[in-house]
Design a protein around this ligand. Structure first.
Ligand code: HEM
Length: 418
């Protein structure tokens, strides 16, 4: 029997945020429960088994699974997230290619350079870390993509991208603002694509030219609006890494004993970054829609239902992560095989983190930016650990009712002294 919430849970979901699923899984001691969200019967799942099924079941479609407000903030018709099967695989290779080994290293190098330049100005006083890191990431990504912009355009893009990320989990004004700005950014991205195509630069090798010239099949260039959306899919999520960076700063401030370790032990640096990705409240859930009657562990799903995989609750599953609510990078260092180190390319434990999806990166919807996120976050952790800074107005707390959780909410101010 699947436990079921009484009535419609939409208000509870909006008011409890990340804890909505977590509380109900724990209350019923179950990895599955049913509820009604927005009038639609929804089955919510957590855990590694559920994650594997969710990402490997081809009859679980993404189309029509998310509310339109969320879809229009983050994805679009025809973009990689909305595709499946062979079409998805063809488009996904665009991201696997641009964010592959070389792309990842050169993006990380740009990030490092731009951080160091920006940090010189940070020394002059207090800063809002989330805004500053978002600006550094926007600059680094535009530079890496091969797109030249003026400082004003860069500031505008940073603002728009931040608003899209911030508006994704909300309804009402915050979401509308994100969507309005998204239209502006899309118009800019479409102009960039057209410009690159007009230059005939498709073979020059810069990531922007790979995107502008991409063909899912020979002789089938992407429509300009689709290429523009994929450009945003390569730009916006990199800027989203800023949230992980600020969560890392919070963790370093709370557990200062890790500062020295991340500077001297590469395995501790990777473990610290992994623990930030496991524990930080970010993407709360992913949604799917069965295209036919499906079955997982005796639970039946029909096409009228929505399936939610709770990423937050999976990353803190009490049976899968010992002392799951404790921030403990050591869980990724040494020990038995279940606690294998994540450094040097990611071990079993790293793959169990579902912050950026689960399953296979090539064939499934797992995030193609996960290795880049790991590398950039590790770099940022090193820079944060070696700098001399403090939260000016005391240790901030994170409101788990707000989606996405805002680590930059005042008074997260940093006084950079080093
Ligand atoms: C270099 C940075 C990143 C890039 C280029 C990137 C890009 C993408 C793309 C293109 C997809 C769609 C994959 C597909 O449908 O096959 C995706 C999926 C995903 N990304 Fe990222 N991303 C990055 C960083 C992040 C960050 C920081 C998060 C934060 C948690 C994140 C969370 C996710 C999640 C949860 C999915 C799975 C969505 C689903 O299952 O439908 N990504 N990413």
């Amino acid at each position: 029997m699947v436990p079921r919430c009484p009535g419609d849970s939409s208000i509870a979901f909006l008011s409890e945020g990340y804890l909505f699923g977590r509380r109900r899984f724990d209350r019923w001691n179950s990895d599955v429960f049913a509820c009604r969200l927005g009038g639609r019967r929804t089955i919510v799942l957590r855990g590694q088994d559920a994650a594997r099924w969710f990402y490997e079941e081809p009859r679980l479609s993404r189309v029509g699974a998310m509310p339109t407000s969320v879809v229009h903030s983050l994805q679009d018709e025809g973009s990689v997230q909305a595709l499946s099967g062979a079409e998805h695989r063809a488009r996904k290779s665009l991201f696997l290619r641009t964010f592959g080994h070389e792309g990842r290293l050169s993006l990380a190098e740009r990030f490092s350079q731009h951080w160091d330049q920006a940090a010189e100005a940070w020394n002059q006083g207090s800063i809002m870390l989330l805004d500053e890191v978002s600006a550094v990431l926007t600059r680094a990504t535009l530079d890496w993509l091969g797109i030249a912009v003026t400082p004003d355009q860069e500031a505008e893009r940073t603002r728009e991208l931040q608003a899209m990320i911030d508006g994704a989990g909300s309804f009402g004004p915050r979401n509308w603002r994100g969507r309005t700005l998204r239209r502006r950014t899309e118009a800019w991205a479409a102009a960039v694509i057209e410009q690159r195509r007009a230059l005939g630069a498709a073979s020059n090798g810069a990531p922007i030219d790979v995107i502008a010239g991409w063909e899912d099949a020979p002789g089938q260039p992407l429509p300009v609006d689709v290429a523009a959306v994929e450009l945003l899919n390569a730009l916006r999520p990199v800027v989203a890494i800023a949230r992980f960076v600020v969560f890392a700063a919070l963790a370093l401030a709370r557990w200062p004993e890790w500062r020295a370790r991340v500077l001297t032990e590469p395995s501790a640096r990777a473990a610290f970054a992994a623990e930030v990705r496991r524990s930080a409240p970010f993407f709360p859930v992913v949604a799917g829609r069965p295209t036919e009657v499906l079955n997982w562990n005796g639970v039946r799903f029909t096409p009228r239902e929505r399936v939610l995989l709770d990423l937050f609750a999976t990353n803190r599953h009490p049976g899968e992560w010992p002392d799951a609510d404790r921030f403990d990078p050591a869980r990724f260092i040494g020990g038995d095989s279940a606690r294998r180190i994540v450094a040097q390319g990611g071990g079993d434990s790293a793959r169990r983190i579902v912050a950026q999806g689960a399953g296979d990166m090539v064939d499934g919807h797992r995030c193609p930016g996960e290795p880049s996120t790991e590398t950039i976050l590790e770099l940022a952790v090193t820079k944060l650990a070696s700098g001399d800074w403090l939260f000016v107005e005391g240790m901030p707390s994170v409101d788990l009712r707000r989606i996405p959780a805002d680590p930059g909410v005042r008074p997260v101010r940093v006084h950079w002294k080093g």
